[in-house]
Design a protein around this ligand. Sequence first.
Ligand code: PLP
Length: 358
Amino acid sequence: MEFTRLPHSAPVPGATRDQAIADPGFGTVFTDHMISIDYDAGKGWHSPTLGPREPILLDPAASVLHYAQEIFEGMKAYRLEDGTMALFRPDANAKRFNKSAARLAMPELPEDVFIESVRQVVKADADWFPSVGGGSLYIRPFMFANEHFLGVRPATKYKFLVILSPAGNYFKSGAPAVSVWVSDFTRAAPGGTGEAKCGGNYAASLVPTGEAFAKGHDQVVFLDAAEHKWIEELGGMNLFFVFDDDSVITPPLRGTILPGITRDSIITLAREQGLDMREEMYSIDQWRDDAASGRLVETFACGTAAVVTAVGKVAGRDGEFTIGSGGPGHLTSTLREKLVGIQRGSVEDTHGWVTRLD
Ligand SMILES: *Cc1c(COP(=O)(O)O)cnc(C)c1O
């Protein structure tokens, strides 16, 4: 697929850009360019462009505004120690994007087109790579239905876009552990869209997340919809439980959990390290009992945005409990350092996870 390059008439001046990327935080600064590819039933994917990032025109009847046919991905470009920019497992994002598309009755995008799109826009906006230590370019590929039609059926027109947002270090190293709230709301039910990365799942998580914030917590924990007993995941991160006998549990993918690429990478690294790493259901009652007895020594959450984050305190309807010392535990730190090291090129990449961009 040949991308048409549209010239940018007014890119952000260098000095303004450099100021914006000195301490970008997360999700508020955007780069100059974006990728856009259109889809029409019968014609397939067409008109790929790399052009200025700009507002898009939507008809008020565009189906995404009514029935929420929208999916996205979240990934990052990192700078390796030798200065090269690199992506981490972009093929896994491309595959997951298509699984999400299939669940939302949307067309699949060829994996090589997905990866090439990301590659093109990251290279075009390489000057936007944040200068702050631990920074990255957060990459947001997404697709939505833009046919104007109010009947309830899959749309026949879609748009795929990729935008970039310079990101600082989400949590500075040695960040204190987060406190989580176990919600009475559920995120996903069997047969639903829990394993698809779709905007609708996030819309439904805003009230429970707001409740967690209002009670003074950093994140929300969702339990399963059927029994309200089994731990599933956080609003946007997967969970791992570490025990005193060097065994580790993470909830299994049963259709209601988002299959995190960080989750999959951590499972691989934990097994390599000789840990007894199991994908197994784990209940909220067991979590509380094991934290009290000392059998459970660490809990951490993982995802692209924050990589690996310790959970120190858990609260819910039935009171609260502390995990270990309440701060980041040993294995949490070890696995985090190993994963970050691979992403930054200071630890050998034995899995072919790192894709260099130059
Ligand atoms: C994106 C996401 C994750 C983490 O996935 P990664 O591929 O590791 O970034 C976990 N849970 C939810 C609900 C998500 O949307």
